[in-house]
Unconditional design. Structure first.
Length: 236
C-alpha cells in the first residue's frame, strides 16, 4: 500500500465478515481505489484493488484490517480510519454479488495477504520440471506452467480455447485459456492472459501471444505463479 505507516494501528478482527454499502466517492491512487462508503447511514473509507466500480453502486467488503491515521502520499490525504479490504464483492446484477477473487480465479496461495505486508514472500520448495526445457515456436499450457522460469520475460505463442473472460478489472481484461493439457488439481490446465481490452467470449478458439511473467503479485493476495501480459489474440 502506498502510504506513510507511521503511527498506524492495525486492528485484525477474529472473524471475516462481509459488509455492504453504497459508494459515495472514488479516489484512484497507484493501482488502488479509495472508496467513501455509506454503510446503513454510517460513512467510512474502504481501500480496494483497482476494480471496476462506480459512484452509486453497492459493494461488499471485509473489515479485517483497519488502519488509523493513515497518510496516503499519492493522494496527499490523511484518513483517520480506513479499512483495507482483501475480500471484495461486486454486484453483477441487482442483489447479486460475486467475489472479485472468484471472478479472476485467483490463487489461494496467500491465506492472509496483509500478514506479510512490506516483507518478501516466503519461498516455496523448488519445483523440478518433469521434462527438460525445449525452445519451441508454440507451447502448451502445461508446458508454460512447467517451464515458466525458463520462459520468464519471453514472448510466447499458444493455440487454445477461451474458458472465461472478465472485463475491466484493475484496468485490464482477464482471459482464461485452456488447450486440454495440464492437471486440474495442480492448477496447470488453465492460463490467464491480460490485455487492455478484448471482444473475446467463452468458446472462442484463438492464437494468443504475450509476455511470460512469473510470481506476479497484484497486492491484496492477487498472486499468480505465471501469467501472460500484454496479450494479443487472433480468432482461428
Amino acid at each position: 500500500m502506498h502510504g506513510k505507516e507511521a503511527n498506524i494501528e492495525k486492528v485484525n478482527l477474529q472473524k471475516t465478515e462481509i459488509f455492504y454499502g453504497k459508494i459515495l466517492e472514488i479516489k484512484p491512487a497507484m493501482g488502488y481505489k479509495y472508496l467513501k462508503i455509506d454503510e446503513n447511514g454510517k460513512t467510512l473509507w474502504v481501500a480496494i484493488a483497482n476494480a471496476p466500480v462506480k459512484i452509486g453502486e453497492k459493494i461488499g467488503y471485509d473489515k479485517k484490517t483497519l488502519m488509523k491515521d493513515f497518510k496516503s502520499q499519492s493522494l496527499n490525504q490523511k484518513f483517520e480510519e480506513i479499512y483495507f479490504a482483501s475480500e471484495v464483492y461486486l454486484a453483477e446484477e441487482k442483489k447479486n454479488f460475486k467475489s472479485l477473487k472468484s471472478m479472476l480465479d485467483l490463487s489461494p496461495s496467500k491465506k492472509d495477504p496483509h500478514a506479510g505486508m512490506g516483507r518478501g514472500m516466503t519461498a516455496e520448495p523448488e519445483e523440478i520440471p518433469s521434462k527438460p526445457f525445449i525452445k519451441k515456436d508454440a507451447y502448451s499450457i502445461e508446458e508454460i506452467h512447467m517451464w515458466r522460469k525458463d520462459l520468464k520475460d519471453q514472448n510466447i505463442r499458444i493455440e487454445a480455447t477461451v474458458f472465461k473472460v472478465s472485463h475491466g478489472i484493475m484496468k485490464r481484461d482477464w482471459v482464461h485459456l485452456g488447450d486440454g493439457s495440464g492437471n486440474e488439481k495442480k492448477l496447470t490446465d488453465d492460463l490467464v492472459f491480460t490485455t487492455a481490452s478484448t471482444g473475446l467470449k467463452k468458446g472462442d478458439k484463438v492464437i494468443a501471444r504475450g509476455k511470460v511473467v512469473v510470481d506476479k503479485d497484484f497486492g491484496y493476495g492477487y498472486f499468480y505463479k505465471v501469467i501472460i501480459e500484454e496479450a494479443t489474440f487472433k480468432i482461428k
